[in-house]
Design a binder for this molecule. Sequence first.
Ligand SMILES: O=C(CO)[C@H](O)[C@H](O)COP(=O)(O)O
Length: 286
Amino acid sequence: MPLPTPAPISPVSQIRPVVLSRTGQPTKLVSPIKDGNITGLEKSKQLAAWTAVDHHVKPEHRVIGIGSGSTVPYVVERIVQLGAEANQERVFIPTGFQSKELIVSSGLNLGDVDQYPTIDVTLDGADEVDRELNCIKGGGACHLREKVLAEAANTFILVADYRKNVEYLGTNFTPGVPIEVVPFAYAKVLQNLHHILGSPKATLRMAVKKAGPVVSDNGNFIIDAPFDLEKMKKPYIIMAQIKMLTGVVEVGVFCNMAKAAYFGNEDGSVTVKWNNGRVEQVDAPQ
Ligand SMILES: O=C(CO)[C@H](O)[C@H](O)COP(=O)(O)O
């Protein structure tokens, strides 16, 4: 059976979709995780990721969104374990440079969201998830593409370790709300955040091992804006207020998007929070 058909494209851009790892031969799939014996926090991430894949990647799914961060390699690891036959008719859509590398180096078929604007399921990490499944994302500066892939997905699933499971956003994740801005507007947006929206400690995110600011995969800057708990208790309102500032490209607060969030626990269990308020403990996958 052929790969899923991409969306129609305009005559000016009639290019064939690039599916890098498609060779016509059975694909050799490679796990992105090199050391199989993981413990502690890494084990919690793996538990969440494996359980979420087992529950939400269905045999009939053809287009799968792959998020960013340190938990997502375990998502890809589990998908690789499904085998070449299960994956050969699938296309995987990345949320940035890191996940593109993960997909290609694992031997999975690569696509992009402009070819496949409807995604069966997207699995992604989170910096924090509240009791209503609102979440902060963008710790890795990928939240613009992550939000596009979350919106494009019929099902959006979060995977994280136990530290990310909170009542209210901003409890453990203290750097603040990640905000992607066009570079020339960053000082104006910072002023707006300081003096209008009530985030006096908002700062431009600076790079490590590079002089100057972090530059996103889209060529933009990132601002981190901490807000007090009262504001974070109404995440939709603060998200909308920030998004209205001219120069802001996307805000790392995702509201009413996830169907479920999977948290790996220290005791080896997995907590699943659903968007209808149900919370359950499930056993670790084998
Ligand atoms: O939003 C993200 C990147 O922009 C990540 O999904 C988020 O930072 C979680 O990463 P990790 O799995 O390493 O905790």
